[in-house]
Design a protein around this ligand. Sequence first.
Ligand code: ADP
Ligand code: MG
Length: 343
Amino acid sequence: MAVVEVRGLRKVFDGGRARRRGSHGRVNAVDGVDLATSEGEYLVLLGPSGCGKTTLLRTIAGLEQPTDGEIWIGGHVVNELPPRARRVAMVFQSYALYPHKTVRANIVFPLKAQGIDKTERAKKTEWAAELLGIGPLLDRRPRQLSGGERQRVALARALVREPSVFLLDEPLSNLDAKLRASARDELKRFQRRVRTTTIYVTHDQVEAMGLGDRIAVMYEGRLRQLGPPVEVYDDPADTFVATFLGSPPMNLVPRDGVLVGFRPEHLLPETLVHGDDRLVVPFQVDRVEHLSGDRHLYGTVRGLGAETRVIARLPVTVTAPVEPGEEHQFAVHADRLRFFDAD
Ligand code: ADP
Ligand code: MG
């Protein structure tokens, strides 16, 4: 176990394939990030494709040299250390298993590279296989495994090195939705058992909300917010975070030079929002979707300046009839309102 910290981390690529370019076609992939995990934490790095997540992870692993800044692992600056000496294990999106080797040979490979003797290698392989429930698969080859089993093999291969840090780069993105849910649960239970500090990268906010002790939200190479899932969801630092988390996303209504934000689940028929301290809005509903029991209402609100499209999410317990084409009095309790700069 170890704390990972980056200070003032920047990574500039010369040329490259990105949209985000500075002068001379350079890409600020990581643009001044300060971030520290706590001991044994499961930290989720969340952000859209291209925001710099993989680059940040690869820099921590030592697979990229930072342009600027320091990387600390377990209380030491590791900038000058080669990847192997950093005691981190990175699991890639593709799992990167050797297709022609058996599961056993895949797992044992990093131990051979470390020069560990044969008896010890066998012992560690058995231990990791047992922990991940893949003992019966040791003599198969990767193509004879399901996606979830391959993921477990990749984890076992990372685990045998007894790393002090796990870096996981979208490890579930190749699995179908059903398998992803069970693999996510399995990963979380696994980390609770081994308590190894983990940085888990994803662009999927549902994964992030479910897995993270804390979520670090990244956008355009910068850290926008870091906090427990509930905090990031309830009190987003800016409109990017507000709309990136939550499905449907937070409503943003311009008013008097600010943006008033409220979650779809907090926009309810007026009769259900008690007290004087509330915002009442006439809601012109034009479409209703039924999703896992909830009703999602799409439409526009007036009386807040310009007409703005919003979404309300009514739980299955709210049975009030709401027909498309009608205007209804809806309200949001004042405690649920958030305010952002309208820039
Ligand atoms: P993410 O993992 O969040 O999708 P990446 O870290 O892969 O983002 O990429 C961040 C930015 O850096 C992107 O604009 C990407 O095109 C660019 N980039 C990543 N790797 C390289 C590279 N080796 N050379 C040039 N540009 C790169
Ligand atoms: Mg990536």
